[in-house]
Design a protein around this ligand. Structure first.
Ligand code: HPA
Length: 283
């Protein structure tokens, strides 16, 4: 059992090195920032200059995204002379991947010495102050996905065994982005993102439980990537796009994945504006 695990994790380190080598052979840009976009979001608009788009299927060892509206490509380019990796589409636990597999791209980023990771997702709004279409800055998370990317002692290949999570969502980034939003007269609220494994959406009773547990947002991603990034010393910023209102139960409407994507698309320009300004001013 232990032998299997050692082999497994060593494989991830070796695989991540191969992916790194491939990606770095395709571009001369060495970005400090990576952005992982979730459901429906893409945004090549963020770039002034695209160097290369690489489908995940071409990157050695990359998992394949199986979700509709997740494009599955890595775009490398520049904004204002600053290099950026954009991962258009991510991997989820509910697709059948383990937490280690879900966070594989973050492991590759660690090896490429990326300094900052911005994670975005679509989420249900639990906080009664949140409305569909709102962009919420993530201030903290609760991991209810029954897995952790650091499980198994071999994860120390990537950082400490017990990384501190008291400032998982970088406080300086939060301060900077709130200041930018204020200047733009955008009322940027903050919230705690709670992750369930999905892929079914939650029942009204579950949404009520999430509220009582202290979640402001409910989704199926992000927390595992944050854990792997924090372990690897990468600073994290996170945004949720509220796609449906979940609490109190009177606010719940029937929701499809298409509804989620449509609502998220509408708030995309505001998010891109905030991110673009942050890159210009602070990266
Ligand atoms: N629950 C879980 N994940 C989600 C939701 C939801 O209501 N909406 C968007 N992603």
């Amino acid at each position: 059992m232990t032998v299997f695990k050692v082999k497994n994790m060593k494989n991830i380190l070796i695989k991540a090195k191969e992916s790194k080598k491939f990606i770095q052979s395709k571009t001369s840009i060495l970005p400090q920032l990576a952005i992982i976009f979730g459901s429906g979001l893409s945004s090549e608009d963020l770039f002034d200059e695209i160097d290369i788009s690489i489908p995940y299927s071409e990157i050695p060892n990359f998992p394949v995204s199986t979700v509709e509206n997740h494009k599955g490509e890595l775009i490398i380019g520049k904004k204002n002379g600053k290099g950026i990796y954009i991962f258009s589409g991510r991997f989820h636990y509910y697709e059948g991947y383990s937490a280690r597999e879900v966070t594989f791209p973050v492991r590759v980023l660690s090896l490429m010495n990326t300094k900052f990771l911005i994670l975005t997702n679509a989420a249900g709004g639990i906080n009664p102050d949140f409305n569909a279409g709102d962009i919420i800055l993530i201030k903290d998370h609760i991991n209810m996905i029954p897995d952790n990317p650091l499980r198994g002692k071999e994860s120390i290949d990537f950082g400490p065994r017990f990384p501190d999570m008291s400032k998982a969502y970088n406080p300086q980034f939060r301060k900077q982005i709130k200041e930018i939003a204020q200047r733009q007269s955008y009322n940027l609220k903050e919230g705690v993102y709670l992750a369930f494994q999905g892929p079914s959406l939650e029942t009204p009773a579950e949404y009520t439980m999430i509220y009582r547990m202290g979640g402001d947002l409910i989704g199926m991603s992000t927390v595992l990537e944050t854990i792997a990034a924090v372990q690897g010393g990468i600073k994290v910023g996170g945004f949720s796009m509220v796609s449906n209102e979940c609490y109190p139960p009177e606010r719940i409407k029937e929701t499809t994945h298409q509804d989620v994507v449509k609502t998220v698309k509408k708030s995309e320009p505001v998010l891109m504006n905030l991110l673009g300004r942050w890159i210009d001013e602070y990266l």
